[in-house]
Design a protein around this ligand. Structure first.
Ligand code: AN7
Length: 353
């Protein structure tokens, strides 16, 4: 059998101690899907690909970092892992801890986690704790707790998370035969953009394939890196990135700047509109995952970027199934018909406007 999972495929390129015991669910190797029709709607003359990270085992990119963080934690004998999460990290930590035979404790902001993520964390057997406060407060609690006690912190402050997440950059370069010209992605706690920059730089040092410009995108109601100061009460429909004090904010800003790119913000309406456009290509992603491309569209609309001749990758970080409520809340109930062929005929034979 071909080796699978990012530790198997990329171990020589990961800073992972020998004592690590690999714990994998065959994460990674996610599709890089061309979306030419959507590209043509955005601007003429450029190539656009979606890195569809919702295809990871628990439905988000977090699995790349979690396989490495849990493998290291298991190797040094950690029995309990803990994290704060807007949802995806919680589900991923729960799954990998289950596979490793560890206890997982996950802290989530009360009432602010999408249904598929909460259900995942529970299904994988984590102890789920709702904190009466924000993600940022939950994160500072787990940081304080893990400084005092021997519990393994598996938030992206843990450097092994970034080691795993950088492999998405390797995969993109492997498939394209080099770096794209531009990479756009959502930014919350800012671990992922930091990890991508590490990955692209490492690939470039090994193979001289160039570096992309990074366009990081926050939600307007949760945009500390755009405003230049923390946001105490972040709010956005993209609950995954409802974060006001990004743990790796400084590094993210530095990565964007070094790459010649930037971090910008888009509105919830722009995020939801791009979620619909992607679904129109058969790619249903959770709202946060549409933010990167929504940011690209905004840059084009404002005349801040000329995409002609460029190869662009948009990272879609989580699957639409994570957050079904965003869709179902906004819809009318589906039309109801009697179980008769005549009723169906008049519907099916009607021209769609
Ligand atoms: C779908 O799960 O922070 O900038 O606790 O779930 O690396 O934080 C999730 C973040 C983008 C932002 N897209 O990535 C968590 C959490 C999705 C996400 C982000 C998240 P970072």
């Amino acid at each position: 059998m071909e080796p699978r999972g990012i530790i198997n495929l990329y171990r020589p390129y990961l800073n992972l101690p020998d004592y690590a015991i690999p714990v994998s669910l065959q994460e990674g190797s996610t599709p890089l899907i061309p979306v030419p029709r959507l590209a043509a709607e955005i601007a003429p003359g450029f190539e656009l690909y979606v890195k569809y990270e919702g295809m990871n085992p628990t439905g988000s990119f977090k699995d790349r970092g979690m396989t490495v963080a849990i493998s290291e934690a298991l190797g040094r004998g950690a029995r309990t892992v803990i994290c704060a999460s807007t949802g995806n990290t919680a589900a991923s930590a729960a799954a990998y801890a289950a596979r490793a035979g560890q206890r997982a404790i996950v802290l989530i902001p009360e009432g602010k986690v999408a249904a598929g993520k909460l259900a995942g964390a529970v299904a994988y057997g984590a102890q789920v704790v709702q904190i009466q406060g924000s993600f940022d407060q939950a994160l500072s609690l787990v940081v304080a707790l893990t400084e005092k006690h021997p519990l393994a912190l598996v938030n992206s402050l843990n450097p092994y998370r970034l080691e795993g997440q950088k492999t998405a950059a390797f995969e993109i370069c492997d498939v394209l035969g080099g770096a794209p010209d531009l990479l756009c992605l959502p930014v919350g706690n800012a671990g992922n953009i930091t990890a991508y920059w590490m990955g692209f730089q490492q690939y470039h040092q090994e193979k001289g394939t160039g570096l992309p410009r990074l366009l990081g995108v926050q939600a307007e109601g949760a945009a500390p890196l755009v405003l230049g100061h923390p946001v105490n009460f972040p709010e956005t429909v993209a609950s995954a990135i409802r974060i006001g004090r990004p743990a790796r904010g400084e590094q993210a800003l530095q990565a964007a700047e070094e790459s010649g790119g930037e971090i910008i913000a888009v509105s919830d309406a722009e995020i939801l509109s791009m979620q619909r456009s992607l679904a129109g290509e058969g790619l249903w992603v959770e709202p946060a995952s549409a933010a990167g491309l929504a940011g690209l569209v905004k840059q084009v609309r404002e005349g801040r970027i000329d995409l002609r001749g460029m190869r662009v990758v948009a990272v879609c970080t989580g699957h639409g199934l994570k957050d079904p409520d965003t869709i179902t809340r906004a819809m009318d109930p589906p039309q109801s018909l009697p179980a008769e062929i005549s009723a169906l005929e008049s519907l099916a034979l009607q021209e769609q406007s």
